[in-house]
Design a protein around this ligand. Structure first.
Ligand code: LLP
Length: 405
């Protein structure tokens, strides 16, 4: 009998213990290819948003698939380079870059430093001058549009901390044009994350195109039109994001502008290819519900606690003959907000069950914490030929590293 995916997950859990993140490398490859194919008729660069999953093995798959990177810190920049992504394919975004991070980005020669304020542009100019070089500049526009998503991950509203309004974006790029140590190359925006209705992205793109054309009239020729990320994934069986019409609309606009279309997807590429494996430690039946206490929770997957996000659960353990009921799948942390899922109708878990939490490839391990002094969970990469641990489970003693009483 051929080995099923559940068999593989079962073996991994036995070998590595739980909790553990498992990524399907072949599925990641396929998604990269799907996105590249959708964009094949368009002059484009896909800059994988490392913040979604910055594991070196995954970055290296992205690099082999011809992706660039969107990074937001010196750490992510280092990882992108170590993973094999060329500096010329890296955009450095982020609302709060430190001077040392800016200096590093200029030194390695990233494709563009996407600045978000005049103060930041001044620092970039000083650092470029100090290094006697020319820094390529992008400006992040605050497009003043609302996206239909959780308020914590909507980033394009006028009152958001991100980007600058259109008139300032114009000023900043003009200022960069006049500075011999700066070269304006990009205009970027990102309206938010986990988006299914592209209308606000299109609206933002039109606004950005206006700034682009005004700059052209002022003699400033930009190269990259960067539309950010945000493509939604169907965590709980929603309809898929419509890639074709998204690419069609943005491709037409960028070809009209004579621009390279830059995309910064994170979640769409990696969320579906990751699984968090957890085991049920104990159960309690309370009123109308069963509470199943797992060995993973908000420390391994913060999304349910932080955004009320829902992830699919699949039993790897055979549950034939079991009843279903209302279930809270909770973690071991000392917080009532520590849950993987609340009041879900599902098969009643029993102690020892192995459960796969789906769509845990994005914003899971990267947002993990050691709260309650619990070591981070390890990561495994599974591919057609087998599987391997790509990040070890730290030994408990390592929690004391670098600490003094
Ligand atoms: N580019 C910029 C400038 C961004 O701020 C982000 C995400 C992305 C690209 C990638 O967006 P994506 O394609 O992954 O939607 N922790 C939250 C998501 C926060 C996203 C922040 N910015 C979550 O778990 O839902």
């Amino acid at each position: 009998m051929p080995e099923t995916q559940a068999d593989v997950l079962q073996k991994i859990a036995e070998a590595t213990d739980t909790p553990v993140y498992v990524y399907d490398g072949d599925a990641f490859d396929e998604r990269i290819e799907r996105l590249q194919n959708a964009l094949s008729g368009v002059d484009h660069l896909i800059c994988y948003a490392l913040k979604a999953n910055d594991s070196l093995a995954m970055i290296s798959i992205a690099a082999h698939g011809g992706l660039g990177a969107d990074v937001v810190s010196a750490g992510e920049l280092l990882k992108a380079l170590r993973g094999g992504i060329l500096p010329s394919d890296i955009v450095f975004s982020g609302v709060g870059k430190r001077r040392d991070e800016i200096a590093m980005a200029i030194e390695v020669g990233v494709q563009s430093l996407n600045v978000e304020s005049m103060q930041e542009l001044d620092i970039v100019a000083e650092e470029a001058h100090a290094q006697s070089t020319v820094a390529r500049i992008g400006v992040r526009l605050n497009p003043d549009v609302s996206a239909d998503t959780h308020e914590y991950i909507a980033t394009g509203r006028g009152d958001a901390k991100f980007g600058v309004p259109a008139d300032q974006a114009y000023e900043l790029l003009l200022r960069a044009h006049r500075d011999p140590n700066l070269e304006p190359v990009a205009l970027s925006f990102h309206v938010g994350s986990q988006i299914f209705d592209p209308a606000p992205i299109f609206e933002a793109a039109e606004r950005a195109a206006g700034v682009w054309r005004d700059l052209r009239s002022a003699g400033v020729e930009l190269k990259e039109f960067d539309v950010g990320g945000g493509l939604g994934v169907p965590y709980m069986g929603e309809t898929e994001f419509d890639l074709a019409s998204y690419v069609d609309r943005l491709g037409k606009l960028t070809s009209e502008l004579g621009a390279t279309l830059v995309l910064e997807p994170g979640r769409w590429l990696v969320a579906p290819v990751g699984t968090l494996l957890t085991r049920v430690l104990y159960t309690k039946d309370i009123a109308d519900r069963r509470i199943a206490i797992c060995d993973a929770g908000m420390t391994e997957l913060l999304r349910p606690a932080l955004y009320g996000a829902e992830h699919p659960f699949t039993f790897i353990t055979d549950t034939t003959g079991r009843k279903t009921g209302r279930v809270d799948l909770v973690g071991p942390a000392c917080e009532s907000g520590d849950f993987l899922g609340k009041d879900r109708e599902m098969t009643l878990p029993e102690p020892g069950d192995l459960i796969a939490v789906g769509y845990a490839g994005a914003y899971a391990r990267v947002m993990a914490s050691q709260y309650n002094a619990r070591p981070l969970a390890p990561e495994v990469l599974a591919e057609a030929g087998g599987w391997r641990v790509i990040r070890d489970r730290p030994v408990v003693d390592s929690l004391l590293d670098g600490e003094r009483a």
